[in-house]
Design a protein around this ligand. Structure first.
Ligand code: AP5
Length: 187
């Protein structure tokens, strides 16, 4: 199963993808996690991405697309995957369509987790206290939300226009949201 999981920062994409991956036995591919790993490892990509991520802006399409293509070429992604945090703008959505056609892996499901903006801010503020993620400061959260509205919301429309986008209520406890996602996937 090939799935794109969409939603605003804090909507629960990473949390739910980690559960779905076990149930569906496919890898969870998060471009945010891949970039954070590159920052921690101090690779050339990580050095270029760090300041951009801390400002809440998007890392350049070329860097992210190259990283994703490499990840999708790995053996474990042959039988499907859950994409979390990609695509983030229309150029990435189009590049993904082209890439998946080229590797003969058409997308099966596009799911959007819907959560009210005030609740998103609360969730990210709690995570800032609990985990100290560098981009969970109030200013960066605001920037991430703006980037989402301006650049990522059109991606949702891109999938909606193509048909097959499923909107899933992301408010509720983790199990409730998980069950809704499974139902949307027919799994
Ligand atoms: P990325 O890591 O993708 O961050 P994000 O989209 O902002 O997403 P988050 O991880 O904050 O939220 P989430 O929806 O995964 O929610 P989560 O499950 O964590 O990207 C970070 C940065 O990397 C970007 O700003 C950009 O710079 C760069 N980047 C990444 N991809 C890129 C791309 N494709 N192109 C260019 N740049 C890119 O949950 C959030 C919190 O809420 C957690 O504490 C969780 O425990 C809690 N929570 C989750 N669900 C619930 C629930 N149901 N009830 C209560 N609490 C909940």
């Amino acid at each position: 199963m090939r799935i794109v999981l969409l939603g605003a920062p804090g909507s629960g994409k990473g949390t739910q993808a980690a559960r779905l991956k076990t149930r569906l036995d496919i890898p969870h591919i998060s471009t945010g996690d891949l970039l954070r790993a590159a920052v921690t490892a101090g690779t050339a990509l990580g050095l270029r991405a760090k300041a951009v991520m801390e400002s809440g802006q998007l890392v350049s399409d070329d860097l992210v697309l190259g990283m994703l293509e490499e990840r999708l070429a790995q053996e474990d992604a042959r039988g499907g995957f859950i994409l979390d945090g990609f695509p983030r703008n229309l150029a990435q959505a189009e590049a993904l369509d082209e890439l998946l056609t080229r590797i003969n892996q058409p997308m099966d499901h596009a799911l959007q987790l819907e959560v009210d903006p005030e609740l998103l801010i609360e969730r990210l503020a709690s995570r800032a206290q609990a985990e100290g993620r560098a981009d969970d400061t109030p200013e960066t959260v605001r920037a991430r939300q703006q980037v989402y509205q301006q650049q990522t919301a059109p991606v949702i429309e891109h999938y909606a226009r193509r048909g097959g986008l499923k909107r899933v209520d992301g408010v509720g406890d983790l199990d409730e949201v998980y069950e809704r996602l499974l139902a949307a996937l027919g799994a």
